[in-house]
Structures are given as C-alpha cells and as structure tokens.
Design a protein around this ligand. Structure first.
Ligand code: CO
Length: 275
C-alpha cells in the first residue's frame, strides 16, 4: 500500500527551534517501517520568512498536492500541535477538502497532543516526570502554554487542573489566553511559593519561549515573577523534547493509520468519529 505520513507542525524560523520536534521523525519511521514521511508547517508567517531565506517549506495543502501528483493514495496527516485549536481545525478542514476532490485518495488525521481526558492525565504525568531533574526542593513548577480564543482553549485550565491534582505545586498559564500570568501569580502568592522552575508548554523553541517566557525584558514571565519576589530558574526544553509527549503523538498517529485502513475512499475523518 502506497502510504505517506505528513507530520505537521506550526513551524518556526528560529535556528534550531525544531530540533526537538524533529526527533519524532525517526520514531515515526521505526513505528511504520517503509512508510514515507513528509513535513508541513501550518504557520503562513513562518513559511514566508523561511521562503525569503530560500528555505521553502510546504503548507499542508502543498504537501498533500505533491503527494497526490506522485500518485500516493493513502495519506496520514499527523498534527504535532499541543491542543486541537485553530491550527488543527484548519488542517483537518484542508485535508478533508482534499480527500473530497479525489475519490481514490484516503486521508486520515491524527489528533494533537491533547485530544481527550486520558491524554490530559497522561500529559500531566509526563510533564511532571520531565520537570523532576534539576528541580530544587522548594521550587513550584510553572508551565506556560500558548493560549487561544478558540473553544479548544478550555484544554489549558483542564490541564492545569490535572497537573494540580498530580502535584499541588504544579501550575500552568498561557501567553495569550486563560489562565493568564495574573491568574498564575495570584495562585503562587496565595500558596506562599517563593521559588519556581519556569518551562514552556510549546512544541518549538521560538520567540514565545525565548522572549515572552524567559526573556530579559520587563514584561516576560521570568522578569515579572522575579519582580514579584520569586526566585526563578528556567528550562526551555519544548514539550516535543519530552519522549512521553512524542509517544502520545505516536499513539494518535497509530490510531489514524487504523482509520485509514477501515475507511472508504474519498473520505477523510479525524478521530472524532471514533471518540
Ligand atoms: Co503565538
């Protein structure tokens, strides 16, 4: 069977930003021997910056069109995003539209990191395990995710709850959504926390990690926590650097593969139908 898997990330134009997320490629190849792997980036801005530098990267529709032109009839599209937000739903819509136009083409879509409650609980455990090395005894743990206005943004407070249940000194906020910096600081202060280990809940090591979270400017999370009297250390390993997180994505990819085999031609579906 002529199958190709497309790994889809937001992307980044920062040097080395994708080193951790790219670690999933050999793992995907090992899990599905003989199946080709392609990459696509969902961020138009990132693709544009890279193109200006002569580093052309495909959008998901471009990657799908190339494979279709090569005669590939079975495609698994794996989202390497954290939550099923706008990036994921745009991707799923594009993939479905593609499969709709070609009756012989089957496309299945793998969910992002957090697709259900089990993923939330598994991810909370994975995050706590990843944060343990180098954690000082008095340190609370603070992760910062992206945040979104998309309805799927409810995943962030849900994950914060799962984290707090697993470790009362583990917190989660977001750069652009809910919970906010003030929400997290308020809880840290109410709990009498004096020291934190600050980490991103992001797939790539880009601007949000380097500036908004750990930057030296006064408005970064690190600077504001420090200004509030907390001792702060940072670990900018992206979530894609946690092997357990990559295992979650690999599990979603395996599920999409199964759907691909069960599906009728000319259709694309996400895991919605099987959840
Ligand atoms: Co952003």
């Amino acid at each position: 069977m002529n199958v190709t898997q497309i790994l889809v990330t937001f992307g980044s134009s920062h040097a080395g930003a994708l080193d951790q997320v790219r670690r999933i490629e050999p793992e995907v190849r090992a899990a599905h021997p003989g199946v080709e792997v392609a990459w696509a980036y969902t961020s138009a801005k990132v693709r544009q910056i890279l193109a200006q530098r002569g580093e052309k990267v495909d959008s998901p529709p471009e990657a799908l069109a190339k494979l279709q032109a090569q005669g590939v009839k079975r495609i698994v599209v794996q989202s390497l995003h954290v939550i099923p937000g706008a990036e994921f739903h745009d991707l799923a819509r594009e993939a479905r539209a593609f499969a709709h136009r070609d009756k012989e083409l089957r496309v299945a879509i793998g969910w992002p990191l957090v697709s259900d409650t089990e993923d939330l609980q598994a991810l909370a455990r994975i995050m706590l395990r990843a944060a343990a090395p180098g954690r000082q005894a008095d340190q609370a743990l603070v992760w910062v995710g992206h945040g979104t206005h998309h309805p799927a943004g409810v995943a962030y407070p849900a994950l914060a709850f799962a984290l707090a249940q697993a470790d009362p000194r583990a917190y989660l906020g977001t750069v652009e959504g809910y919970p906010s910096f003030d929400d997290v600081l308020g809880r840290l202060q109410a709990a009498g926390v004096k020291a934190v280990k600050l980490m991103p809940l992001l797939t790539v090591l880009g601007e949000h990690s380097k500036q908004d979270i750990a930057g030296d400017d006064a408005d970064s999370w690190k600077s504001r926590l420090t200004a509030a009297g907390l001792a702060v250390t940072t670990d900018l390993t992206p979530v894609a650097g946690y092997s357990g997180a990559r295992d979650l994505w690999l599990g979603h990819l395996a599920k999409a593969f199964k759907e691909l085999q069960a599906e009728k031609s000319g259709q694309a579906k996400s895991a919605h139908a099987t959840k």
